[in-house]
Design a protein around this ligand. Structure first.
Ligand code: 5AD
Length: 449
């Protein structure tokens, strides 16, 4: 039974793609191994969103090639975004690599690995577009194995992005927006719920654009809100989340859905990128600071306790001290629970890479440190506010850092660590929050079963 090790870089979409590849391989008789040491096949599922992510994967592959060449015959493969954007070039740079699999070809992984292991083919590069590939990320690992039951699962609903933000490589690595059908997605969700899943996160590069071209609005409800309603109707499902949205997708129909659909958790990760209108325009984001704040206010009106997180880029080309201060002031105004902060990274063939006034690395570092301090400060306050409150959590399983404790998430998507036992897994529990540490809550189960 050949053993496969898969390492994933980047976002939740990549995690999900890796899971689907793993499930596909398991169904064909392969074994997934948690370490690279004894693997017959090593796959790196890559990320291109910043240069650092690409360098990490390339360095890793260089090390693997060096180690495995000395010892034994191992199939080495790149998958995902960097495989898509660099293609054959990766083989030229790293001749020990056997497989380069693009973002529309994950479902071909097992077939190609079979061929490579059997010696039928020497090298395979497949980064072609494939009609219907948006509907191929379907298999889940948990369905096959009783001992690995997951409470929470991710479901891919669409692929690609047409927003063309000037900093972003995603439209080139993931292609045009393509959506699955609502019926297909609901069937997958139903199966997951039958297998014990209680929380589903709908995934895509720009989920709020789901079905835009394919599915007409009904009674003022966008295709995405229609999908939320359809998933909401599944019996046995407790919670629905989604990521990642675009602010332009928060029309009144979606805002109103938070108030109307009790399974839709009051949390949202809404990428801001910048608080300066001038920079937002250069980024081609399609909204102003005022519009962004307006969306947040509307959401808080419907759900005052909504958990809000965001992504911010510092050091976009031409960002002045004044632009940066506007981002800081927006953060003070909105009070995010947390934010992912990125230093602008030039990506090949994106418009911003060729813009004038690229900022020095030290300036990006300095702004990153300043905004990190602010975000940590605001976040600490937001987490502290929960101390003393009773909150509902969905118990997911043993905590990663300390497996003798359990972990769950609040509806507003904050992690809660509590003393419990595996029998609490998959249950909705009310806990009293006793303490807050940085971006983690600690709770005491008030009601057990
Ligand atoms: N440089 C830095 N950060 C980037 N992101 C996307 N492209 C870049 C880039 N070129 C960030 C954005 C996005 C998140 C996933 O990654 O904030 O929301």
């Amino acid at each position: 039974m050949p053993r496969v090790y898969i390492k994933t870089y980047g976002c939740q979409m990549n995690e999900r793609d890796s899971e689907a590849v793993a499930a596909q391989l398991v169904a064909k008789g392969y074994e997934i191994t948690p370490t690279e040491a004894n693997a017959d096949v090593i796959l790196l599922n890559t990320c291109s969103v910043r240069d650092m992510a690409e360098q990490k994967a390339i360095n890793k592959m260089e090390n693997l090639a060096g180690q495995t060449r000395k010892k034994r015959d191992v199939v080495l493969g790149f998958m995902g975004c960097m495989a898509q954007s660099r293609g054959q070039q990766l083989l030229d740079q790293l001749p020990d690599v056997d497989l380069v699999l693009g973002t529309q070809k994950f479902h071909r992984a097992a077939e190609y690995i079979d061929q490579l292991l059997a010696g039928k083919r020497d090298k395979i590069v497949d980064t072609a577009a494939e009609a219907g590939s948006e509907g191929t990320i379907k298999e889940h690992l948990l369905l096959g194995s009783a001992e690995r039951k997951s409470v929470s699962a991710f479901v891919s609903i669409m692929q690609g992005c047409n927003q063309y933000c000037t900093f972003c490589i995603v439209p080139y690595t993931r292609g045009e927006e393509r959506s699955r059908t609502i019926a297909d997605i609901v069937a997958e969700c139903r199966k997951l719920v039958e297998g014990g899943v209680r929380e589903i996160t709908l995934l895509g590069q720009i989920v709020t654009s789901f079905g835009k071209r394919e599915i007409p609005a009904v009674d003022g409800k966008s295709a995405f809100v229609q999908l939320l309603e359809a998933v909401h109707a599944i019996d046995g499902l407790h919670r629905i989340r989604f990521t990642s949205p675009h602010p332009k997708g928060y029309g009144d129909d979606l805002v109103e859905a938070y108030g109307r659909l009790p399974k839709l958790c009051q949390s949202a990760h809404i990428p801001l990128q910048s608080g300066s209108d001038r920079v937002l325009k250069l980024m081609h984001r399609g909204y102003t600071r005022e519009r962004f704040v307006g969306i947040i206010n509307k959401l808080r009106k419907v759900k005052p306790d909504i958990g809000l997180t965001t992504d911010i880029i510092v050091g976009f080309p031409g960002e002045t001290e004044d632009d940066f201060e506007q981002t800081l002031s927006l953060c003070r105004e909105v009070q995010f629970d947390n934010a992912y902060l990125f230093k602008y990274s030039q990506r090949r063939d994106t418009p911003a890479a060729a813009m004038p006034d690229q900022l020095a690395e030290e300036l990006k570092e300095e702004r990153h440190a300043r905004i990190l301090e602010l975000i940590n400060d605001i976040g600490a306050g937001r987490y502290r506010e929960h101390v003393g409150q009773q909150m509902q959590i969905l118990a997911e399983g043993p905590s990663r850092n300390n497996p003798s404790t359990m972990m769950g998430r609040t509806r507003c998507n904050k992690i809660v660590i509590f003393d419990g036992s595996p029998r609490h897994q998959a249950q909705l529990l009310d806990v009293k929050i006793t303490r807050a540490s940085l971006f983690t809550l600690h709770g005491d189960p008030a009601i057990l079963e």
